[in-house]
Ligand binder design. Structure first.
Ligand code: GSH
Length: 217
């Protein structure tokens, strides 16, 4: 299998970590979904986004959630990071829904500040998004009362939470530093010490150039 997209993308990274956790070998194609490589990506994914997973027969899977669902089907049910049924499954999917909703808002803020000139930033929109981000993480921090978000073993909601939290801390250290989420920080630090997380360090280059080709930072 070929995983297309940089580990700097939290959506790519959660797929990569899951593949390594499942011991599924893959070739990593570190493609940037902006700038010069966007057209290359558009030949694979009609909306030119990462991650894309290319299967051995050439089939392409799009969107990290769809890819993760496929990966879960490759392992034994008890090994799957998303429980196969019942309350356990519903709980993990609900946690993931909140995490992905938070990421929608975080990406909105990042794109607002990265792709628009500073004088055009719309502060009320940024504030509204940041409120939802803060409230979402605060709720998740409260849910995290034991070692894992739910159940006795690590789930995809734990993996994704650690990936998303560390992404946010790296991108907006000031804002994330003000969020009071010690349990999420502890989970993130604990998972950062495991091989799949260590093997997938986000690339350090800036997000991208903007659509006019010059950096706004
Ligand atoms: N819902 C998608 C989100 C993927 C996503 O936002 N990818 C970003 C990189 S982090 C991307 O490719 N952005 C380029 C674009 O949207 O033009 C998923 O879970 O895979």
């Amino acid at each position: 299998m070929r995983l297309i997209g940089r580990y700097a993308s939290p959506f790519v990274r959660r797929v990569a970590i899951t593949m390594q956790h499942y011991d599924l070998p893959y070739e990593h194609v570190s493609l940037i979904p902006f700038g010069e490589t966007k057209q290359t990506l558009a030949k694979i994914n009609p909306i030119a986004r990462v991650p894309v997973l290319e299967l051995e027969d050439g089939e392409h899977l799009f969107d990290s959630a769809a890819i993760l669902d496929y990966l879960d089907s490759l392992v034994e049910p008890e090994q799957s990071l998303v429980p196969t049924e019942g309350f356990a499954r519903r709980t993990v999917l609900s946690h993931l829904a909140i995490e992905l909703g938070i990421m929608d808002k975080l990406v909105s803020v990042l794109y607002e500040c990265h792709f628009r000139p500073k004088e055009k930033w719309h502060r009320p929109w940024i504030d509204a998004c940041e409120k939802q981000i803060g409230d979402g993480f605060s709720w998740l921090n409260h849910q995290l009362s034991g070692k894992w978000l739910s159940g006795e073993t690590m789930s995809q909601a734990d993996v994704s939470l650690a990936v998303f939290w560390s992404f946010g801390c790296a991108k907006r250290p000031g804002f994330f530093g003000r969020l009071d989420c010690p349990r999420i920080s502890e989970l993130t630090d604990r998972l950062a010490d495991t091989a799949p997380f260590k093997n997938t360090p986000p690339e350090m280059e800036p997000l991208a150039t903007n659509y006019t080709g010059t950096s706004t930072r």
